[in-house]
Design a protein around this ligand. Sequence first.
Ligand SMILES: *Cc1c(COP(=O)(O)O)cnc(C)c1O
Length: 463
Amino acid sequence: MGSVVMAGRKRGREDGGENVLQSEQQQQQQKGLLSQQSTKKKPLLLQQWVDPVQGMANVRHEFGEHGGVNMSIEASTTFTVLEPETMTKLFQGALGPDRDFYIYSRHFNPTVLNLSRQMAAMEGTEAAYCTSSGMSAISAILMQLCSSGDHIIASSRLYGGTHALLAHFLPRTCNITTTFVDIEDLGAVREALKKAPGSTTKVLYFESMSNPQLTVADIPALSGIGHDKGLTVVVDNTFAPLSLSPARLGADVVVHSMSKFICGASDIIAGAVCGPADLVNSMMDLKQGSLMILGPTMNPQIAFQISLRLPHLGIRMKEHCERALTYAQRLKKLGLKVIYPGLPDHPQHELTKTLVNDGYGYGGVLSVDLETTERAHDLMRHLQNTSQFGWMAVSLGYHDTLMSCSGSTTSSELSKEEQATAGISAGLVRMSIGFTGSMEKRWSQLLDALTSLKLVPDVAARW
Ligand SMILES: *Cc1c(COP(=O)(O)O)cnc(C)c1O
């Protein structure tokens, strides 16, 4: 099918001629809507790395059908053409979304494609496509890259749903098996690859920052190891949008659960696959494409809503990250066991410093290890019901603080042994730090809970 190029182009002549871009510019000039960006013919490939927020700003701005500042929502499942021959061309793949020709919205939809272009720009990949959830993005890319009998090498510290997909679901339904390995140990990764069946091992899969220990992956080294063996390197960047850019650091494919920081309001489930254009296009193949065949389609209304939140993702991430860093530093000073990649005692702090994009910080999530489940529960109960510091809920990236005890919630898909291997303590409280209220008022609420429960010495209250 037609390719999903980065530069947006509008429908020109139905002969699919070379003048499509030209005629679009002429049309827009007549309307007086031409932005400076779109006067230049853009290269199909991003030649050079740009900051993710700048990258998004560089994407052609889509105006609404009537000149509205926001794009129109193309809420149609099906699309008309002027000539019957055009339909034939569409199904032959001779015309496609790169020339603004569409067939059916389970295949490409213009509104979803516009959001996807923003995601591609954010991650610095050639193309992207958005899906109905993070899990559907992950399962679709893995089922596209692997066939029955194939093998995956994956991090042993993964989001619970992804772990279940790899450990239980894919082996049963697709005969796709996975070897889990501690990705902090590059030697162990090399060893696992050496032992893995050569021609059928297709993917190296890990998270840029993993939950709840906030382990940061050495993306350049891992990508190098994977590429040496001809694997496709797929990285889940849900925990660190903008801060980390896995594709810039060597990964082939970046997946997102957009349900977290990107949506930012805990109201939408959504996902994205960002990667090479031929791979994204292959996922839309009418006979073999995982997105086209399995159909985890994003609703264009949802794509529109998310597109209005991307412009302030940078501002939100900076605030999440700054508050998380401040609280982590203060909790540490009080003698608590805090896990945060921005703290010098974090095992990957030095590495992370070399990987992060300037100016965004080290992520909006921190973990506090209180050792026992009872203490973890006491703290969360107090923080919600007495001091109103935040809410007991799984997930992350909300404007308020969300807290959960990982061992008994988000990581409970893991067996006790798997949790122990992954280093998840029973008293680990994960906090996704919000930005509502003033930072100091929130800090006083947190400190109040800690002193009331005698989790820190009383003297701290006067600090
Ligand atoms: C939430 C999450 C997912 C799954 O995303 P959904 O949008 O809930 O399907 C995948 N990976 C990570 C790291 C997540 O936090």
